[in-house]
Ligand binder design. Structure first.
Ligand code: UT7
Length: 334
């Protein structure tokens, strides 16, 4: 995806919402499942606990909960949505899209619905996609959701990965407004040559769902953590610089930097390289890495806590499997 064109219509986020399942799993709880410790997890990641969805909840259930909160915040009815995108790597099923299940649950009967797959960068890609569809006039009101039930797709016997992820959902309502800036120019990129560093190798057409595949545990997420870490820091730092340049802004203009929440050390390293440590948003301690849900959950928290108020600029930056990455600057106009 190349740099977005300047919007024909200015698009704003007019409502946000989040949903986190009630069940909290602490690092101490994980000590009883795998050979790990609270000390290791906290010192390496900044995570203390994560939320895990109930067995009877699928990703669309989490997404629908977040969507209802965002719609109430925006003060609109679900029938006003004409575009509904769900960013997820843990869909209810291969098809139909999780977005179609959400449509049915919330009664968004006038929406065109699809899922977007860009792993942890998915919500940012979806925000950009929805912005451009509204900007060019093909739709008026969009609901963008990042939702994940990661707990289904991680190997609870693999300490390298199972301690890192959590379940949750975040949602944003977008609409053209009379604002001067709204969702500004985004920068996006991908590198498929590095796909193998972070992926779920089994279950698709390359490596179908057979007994042999299941015996090899290839239906679960695999990650070369150290390599991913280095690429994440380098690429997210560069994406921030590129987004600032694309919008003719400096880091001083940004009230709050909201990065994908994969690891507190990654967030702090980016903050330190850009000399903006005190303006980096961090909530990974409470929810761990919720993949595509992390960014909209963080935006919702930043706004509801008053860290972002009308007129402030926030810079969103993400990195994930693919590899995929991107950054967007948003003026808060509510
Ligand atoms: O959301 C998409 C993007 N994802 C990310 O950005 C994640 C990026 N990666 C990371 O956040 C970090 O690399 C990790 C948190 C995954 C790992 O931290 P690290 O400092 O890079 O640790 P490491 O991989 O170098 O492992 C150090 C040691 C290893 O033991 P040996 O080989 O040195 O004896 C691991 O086996 O820590 C061991 N280890 C654990 N020990 C206790 C790995 N996981 C655990 C664990 N508990 N849960």
């Amino acid at each position: 995806m190349s740099k977005s064109p300047n919007s024909l219509r200015i698009v704003s986020i007019i409502g946000t919402g989040a949903y986190l399942p009630e069940n909290t799993v602490t690092n101490r709880d994980l000590e009883k499942i795998v050979d790990t410790s609270d000390e290791w997890i906290y010192s390496r990641t900044g995570m203390r606990e994560r939320r895990i969805a109930r067995d009877d909840q699928a990703t669309s259930d989490l997404a629908a909960e977040a969507a209802q909160v965002a719609l109430a915040d925006a003060g609109i009815g679900s029938e006003e949505i004409d575009l509904l995108i769900v960013a997820t790597l843990s869909p209810d099923m291969f098809f139909p899209s999780t977005a179609c299940f959400v449509q049915e649950k919330i009664g968004a009967k006038n929406a065109c619905c699809y899922d977007l797959g860009a792993a942890c960068s998915g919500s940012l890609y979806a925000l950009e996609t929805a912005k451009n569809q509204i900007a060019c006039g093909s739709v008026n009101t969009a609901l963008v959701i990042g939702a994940e039930k990661m707990s289904t797709f991680i190997d609870w016997k693999d300490r390298n990965t199972c301690v890192l992820f959590g379940d949750g959902a975040g949602a944003m309502v977008l609409r053209a407004t009379g604002a001067e800036r709204g969702v500004m120019n985004g920068v996006f990129g991908s590198d498929g040559s590095l796909a193998r560093l972070l992926w779920t190798p089994g279950g698709g057409s390359r490596n179908p769902m057979t007994h042999d595949m299941l015996d090899r545990n290839e239906q679960y997420l695999k990650m070369e953590g150290r390599d991913v870490y280095k690429h994440a820091v380098t690429q997210m730092t560069q994406s921030v610089r590129d987004a600032l340049a694309a919008n003719h802004l400096s880091a001083d203009d940004i009230k709050c930097f909201i990065p994908h929440q994969a690891n507190a050390r990654i967030v702090n390293a980016i903050g330190s390289r850009l000399h903006v440590e005190d303006r980096m948003f961090l909530n990974v301690e409470k929810y761990a890495n919720t993949s595509a849900a992390a960014l909209p959950i963080a935006i919702d928290e930043a706004v509801r806590s008053g860290r972002i108020v009308k007129g402030d600029l926030m810079l969103l930056v993400a990195f994930g499997g693919g590899f995929t990455w991107g950054a967007d600057i948003v003026e808060w106009t509510k």
